[in-house]
Design a protein around this ligand. Structure first.
Ligand code: C5P
Length: 220
């Protein structure tokens, strides 16, 4: 297994109301992104690591980490990162730097279940009621939540599928917010692996407070 890793840290973090993007805020004495980077580096079996971030942040990273520049959408940043990966990789892990909680057990679930699938992601079943509404909140309809999942990163996808998918969605101007969506375009088998571990994406200022509380009890 030759694994490449792309850590995405190039969003604008508009919803945070901070000037500093969320991966570069402090969490327990360490920048949010280094929680992910140090975790993956410590696994010892990832062949190639690329971080996608604005150029001003590049000097923060050690020389064994490859660096790529932001793209307009998440998928454009992913493409920039992908282009730096060695083509000898056969699988790629994608991870949002805004998600600092990683667990070896959950990564192992992705890797150990890959047989027969082209893409896998961690996820959990939706617990709340789901609705579609107008932009002013006027209810349009309810959605059946049985068999409805939220998916997170890390996601694991075959290198060759990601390569052709990134080209295809660029040429056809399709927006994909995750890598399972690429597997869906090609109608290849993909899988959601249920996780019960916290997998919060720091999006709004209140998320950072919650993440700080979870962090006190976190052992990856
Ligand atoms: O915007 P969203 O919260 O979905 O972003 C998920 C991850 O993708 C974040 O870690 C963010 O930094 C990254 N991203 C990126 N380039 C973009 C948009 C988002 O690297 N243009």
């Amino acid at each position: 297994l030759k694994l490449g890793l792309i850590i995405l840290a190039a969003g604008l973090s508009r919803r945070m109301g901070h000037l500093t993007p969320k991966p570069f805020l402090d969490l327990g004495g360490k920048l949010v992104i280094f929680h992910s980077l140090d975790f993956f580096s410590s696994l010892g079996y990832i062949s190639d690591i690329v971080v996608v971030a604005k150029e001003i942040y590049h000097p923060l990273f050690p020389s064994n980490i490859k660096l790529a520049l932001p793209g307009k959408e998440r998928q454009d940043s992913l493409r920039n990162g992908f282009n730096k990966l060695k083509d000898s990789c056969d699988w790629v892990i994608s991870h949002d730097a805004a998600r600092p909680f990683l667990y070896k057990t959950e990564i192992n679930k992705l890797i150990d279940n890959r047989q027969g699938f082209s893409a896998l992601a961690l996820g959990s079943k939706v617990k709340n009621s789901l609705k579609i509404a107008d932009s002013d909140g006027t209810l349009k309809k309810s959605i059946d939540r049985s068999n409805t999942w939220e998916v997170f990163t890390p996601q694991l996808i075959e290198y060759a599928l990601l390569k052709k998918g990134l080209e295809y969605i660029q040429q056809n101007q399709i927006i994909c917010t995750d890598e399972l969506s690429i597997a869906e375009i090609y109608n290849v088998k993909s899988k959601i692996i249920e996780t019960d571990k916290p997998n919060i994406k720091i999006t709004e200022p209140r998320d950072l407070e919650l993440v700080k509380l979870i962090f006190e009890g976190y052992r990856g």
